[in-house]
Design a protein around this ligand. Structure first.
Ligand code: SF4
Ligand code: SF4
Length: 72
């Protein structure tokens, strides 16, 4: 199954990835990371197409990694 890995401490909580995901796979977690930002969480692996839009739109290069099922 496709998966997006979130490095909680790299996320700045801008929520851009939440709005760009066409499948609504990402949501704000309601929890703060060590930098004091509310980080995002991956919530919908069944719907994720591994399109990469979340990764491409995220301003923090280390925050998101898209793992497509072909790579497992
Ligand atoms: S890879 Fe595409 S479908 Fe999956 S969470 Fe990111 S934007 Fe959404
Ligand atoms: S776009 Fe990047 S920095 Fe912004 S909420 Fe998503 S993972 Fe965090």
């Amino acid at each position: 199954m496709n998966h997006v890995r979130v490095r909680d401490d790299e996320c700045k909580g801008c929520a851009v990835c939440v709005s760009v995901c066409p499948k609504k796979c990402l949501a704000m977690s309601g929890k703060l990371n060590s930098m004091g930002y509310e980080y995002v969480q991956f919530i919908n692996p069944e719907a994720c197409t591994a399109c990469g839009l979340c990764f491409l739109s995220c301003p923090e290069p280390g925050a998101l990694t898209v793992v497509s099922e072909e790579e497992h």
